[in-house]
Each structure stands twice: as C-alpha cells, then as structure tokens.
Write a protein that binds this ligand. Sequence first.
Ligand SMILES: [Zn+2]
Length: 403
Amino acid sequence: MQKKETYEWGEGVYTLLSWFKKEKVKNARVLVAGAGALGNEVVKNLALFGIGHIYVVDFDRIEISNLTRSVLFREEDAYNHSYKSEIVAKRAMEINPQIKVVPIVGNLYSEVGFGLYKSVDVIIGCLDSRIARYYLNKLAMRAGKTWIDGSIENMIGVVRVFTPGVSCYECGLSREEFNNIMLRLGCADVVRMQENAGRVATTPISASIIGAMQVQEAMKIIHLSAGETEEVPFKTLQGKMLRYEGMTNSVNIYKYASWKSICPAHEEWSNIVKAESLSAEDTVDTVLKTLKSILNVNALEINMRNNKFIDKIVSDKPEKEFMVKIPESQLDDYIANNEELRKLSYKTIFHKDFIENIDETFPYKDMSLKDIGIPLFDIMQVSTEKGQYFVELTKDASVYNLA
Ligand SMILES: [Zn+2]
C-alpha cells in the first residue's frame, strides 16, 4: 500500500491525457447548486477528477426515497434526517481526501454570499424546478459565469450550457413558462407558503449519464478559463443543448442560444470594492459607518436584492400584527414552527411589512447583516450620492477557504 504522503491524486492517470492540466484542476473552484440525484453524481465525478474546491448548496434533508438515486447517501442519513449538502461533502472527501468540499445549507439565492459566485470558475445546476433555474441564471449572469444546467425525467435527460453574452436561461423561456414562474413567485407583500416541487420520476441511469455530461462540460470550461490560448481538442456545449433519450438510445445536439437585447437578468456586477474589515456578522450600525468612510460618502443605503427584512406580518382575519424581525427567506419556517401562526395560515393570508433598503433610518441597527438577511461573504449593492457601488464582505472569505 502506498503511503499517504507519497501519492498525488491523478498523477500517472489523468496526466496521461494530453489536455489535462493538473494545476488548473487542483486550483479549480466549482459551485454545485442542488445535492439531489444529479448533485450526487456531479460531486462524485468532480471529486474523482480531483477538482480542488467544491461548494455544494442545498437546503433539503435526506429522505428514504432519495436513496435509490443518490450514490453518496446511506440509509442512516435518511434516519438521521441529515442535510443533503453536508453528507455529499463528507462522502466526497472520503472518496478523495485531497480536495475540499464545503457544504452550504441554505437557499442558493438568498443564503449564499454573492462573493462565492464571483469567485468560482464554473457553476453546475442540479436543480428540479424552473424557479430555482430562473434564480441561478440571474446569479450566474450577474457574476459573469458560465453555468451548466442538467435536468432529468424518466429515461430522458438534457444538458444546457449558459454563458453570459451567448445564451441565457431567462431569454430562452417561452412566454407561458415565464408567466408560470411569475405566478408561482406571487405578490411581494403577501406570504405564500413555499409549495413543494412536484416529484419527478427519474432513474439512476439518467442521473449518471446527465451528471457525467455536466462534469465533462465543466472540465472543458475549466481548461478554457483564465485566458487560455492553447489549442484544446474539444468542443463545448456553450449556446447548445444536448438531449439524451434512453428509450431509443439517441443523443441529439441543438443550437440553444437565446440572448435578447433587453432582459433583466443581464446585469453583470463588476468593479467590486473589497471591504477587508467587513463581515456579515457585523451590526448594521458598524457596516453603515464603515461604508461611509470606505466609500467617502455622506449618505448611503444598502439595497437588498435577493432577500428582504420582514419587520412584521399582519393577518387579515382577525386583523392582528405579529412582530417577526427576520429575513424573508426564513419566514415560511418561522410560520411553520409557530403554533398560532401555523393555525392562522390555513384560514387567513398574511401581509408582510418589509424593508429592502437599509439606511440610517433602519430601526434595528444593532442586528447583524446576517440576521437581517445578508449572507456571509455577500456582495452588497450600495447606492450613494456619488453613484452605485458593489461592496464585498471580504472578511468572510475564510468561511469558504477563500482567504
Ligand atoms: Zn436573458
């Protein structure tokens, strides 16, 4: 048996491949959104290739029904009701102890710092709903990153690669699909308990094939990134869609490059101000004061783009106010865990009293950014008299091994 210190992952194996660049793979950072059937396959393959830094985002817990299609889950995980992302990370590091896999339990839109999206080489979408894809696309476009979408149903699977300036998920939606998403998202000021995504029948085979294709595309993107000029022997699926049909064993590739001139998703955030001293653990008061001094401005407001702070909710019948003081992303759980609110939620609708622009007038300046709904290592949009800035909470970089 070889000793621990004497081997390097992939040496003498992947190094035999003409296109494989060991350093690029070791230094690569990949964000995987979703740790279900596809996420399991994707992270397994990324780990086998030796991708150095993998971030896995999922808010869900493991259930018995997940075991049939998830190579990294075990029966005990379902009994323990463990978080999917945490188990995926743990098992992937058992497969390859030379990599770092960081689990993030939370919603990909409101609970993952945008600094993380900006710092990765490529994003892989292993999602099961259009709404989640709609949000991930916004973040990828905003970060200027390519994202690789996978979807599976029965014996069919699809891989699409979206790249800013080439193709965009939102641009490719039909009017009907778009209206459907808007309808599901509902009014901003009315509480809607999150609907569970319908369970789609899939097979472990579809998950393996599509997850494998996604990672193969990610490997190509990683080798192309960072100003690569060398000739590479492969073609990517950028601006294309691959459709696998298992019933007849057919694979087809279509052009899939929608990029409209006007689309709300096309807003790339650049010229990021790195605030080395700021963390989402700091109080609103500290952050407002520090920002004033860093940006050298008299007045400013932080515009919460992915979350809102809910001050209170008001029920219709009976008309009653409930102080909640939590981020919108936690409201469903809050209501579900509060007996009075849960009972009321069956017979009344709640209206939200929210704040999305944080300035001097914010009434709870002793609360931390995190507690009002701005995640660790986030990049905040800050409006000032001198214009708009994007400010990163750089002190939190260490949470993601990015310091
Ligand atoms: Zn678009």
